[in-house]
Design a protein around this ligand. Structure first.
Ligand code: ADP
Length: 297
């Protein structure tokens, strides 16, 4: 469950100064939002995915819905009398960006109160949450999952220090390096993983960009580094979402945790060689080939 939005990307030769208007060299709308991105990546692995999300009663909401329906067979939408969530992404010639987001729907979304999520999840399922909803709403979902014996993955991104989810409710926590540092104050990632485990998380996964990831399981005393395939990266936006979606998809396809992490590392490495966020995510047929190559041990 999570957010879905319109990402409008403007490419500019340089950023405008305050008060200045500049024409973009290119611009386009795309489906975005961490919830949507991760659901699509998971569905492309061949896992059966239901996305629980919130949209506004506006043309943007209808557009997001049509794009979700092209990718997912089960989309459960809560519709609010609010503007649909959207992000404006401005990228300069050097690839630097800034992003401004409108998040009315994800902030109003409370899946346990407003949807049938709690009644639908069962012990064989995996609930994947991110950091876009209010912490209390995310916690209610994680708690309901725990009560149903459902495995939980929390990708605690973006981090809202004032509204953090309860990490004790996460069987698997995924964060990137800067999030791990922000959450623990530790620059050393093995120490950060230990500090996150001490908060009561089951398994801690810290993604390390081109270096792959670190994993610290509940029975492990030391972190296990898993390298990423070496690739020529072109655009790393959305890599974390491909990673999380494929991790969930791999687990849903009965891969053990380490196999699912290796599968996610391979899929994310493919994504960073291509432009775009969702556009760069491996297709269903590419995922099928990756699943075939994965050792389930
Ligand atoms: P985020 O995208 O959330 O900032 P990371 O930068 O850690 O997080 O990237 C997430 C995952 O994407 C990494 O664990 C890795 O699997 C993959 N990835 C990112 N950058 C690269 C890269 N340059 N080469 C290969 N894989 C990469």
């Amino acid at each position: 469950m999570g957010n879905a939005c319109v990402d409008t990307t403007f490419r500019l030769s340089r950023f405008p100064a305050v008060g200045e208007t500049l024409n973009a060299t290119a611009y386009a709308d795309g489906l975005g939002g961490k919830g949507a991105n991760q659901a699509v990546a998971a569905a492309r692995t061949g896992a059966a995915v239901t996305l629980w999300t919130a949209l506004g009663k506006d043309p943007a909401g209808a557009w997001i819905r049509s794009r979700l329906d092209m990718e997912l067979s089960d989309v459960q939408v809560s519709v609010f009398d609010l503007p649909s969530d959207r992000s404006t992404i401005v990228i300069d010639a050097g690839g630097e960006n800034f992003i401004v987001s409108g998040v009315a729907c994800s902030q109003a979304f409370d899946p346990i109160v407003q949807t049938a999520l709690a009644r639908r999840i069962t012990s064989g399922d995996i609930l994947v949450c991110q950091g876009n909803l209010r912490g209390s709403a995310t916690n209610a979902c994680l708690r309901a999952a725990r009560e149903s014996g459902t495995r939980t993955i929390l990708n605690a991104s973006p981090i809202d220090q004032a509204g953090l989810a309860d990490f004790r409710l996460a069987d698997l926590l995924v964060v990137n390096q800067s999030e791990a540092k922000a959450l623990t104050g530790r620059s050393d990632m093995a120490a950060a993983a230990g500090a996150l485990a001490a908060k009561g998380v089951g398994t801690v996964v810290i993604t390390l960009g081109a270096e792959g990831c670190l994993v610290l399981g509940p029975d492990q005393t030391r972190t296990l580094p898993l390298p990423a395939p070496h690739v020529e990266a072109l655009d790393t936006s959305g890599a974390g979402d491909v990673f999380c979606g494929c991790l969930a998809g791999g687990l849903a396809r009965d891969m053990p945790v380490i196999s699912a992490l290796k599968f996610a590392l391979t899929a994310a490495a493919i994504a960073v060689t291509r432009p775009g966020t969702l556009l760069s995510c491996p297709s269903a047929s590419e995922m099928a080939a990756l699943v075939d190559q994965t050792e389930f041990s």
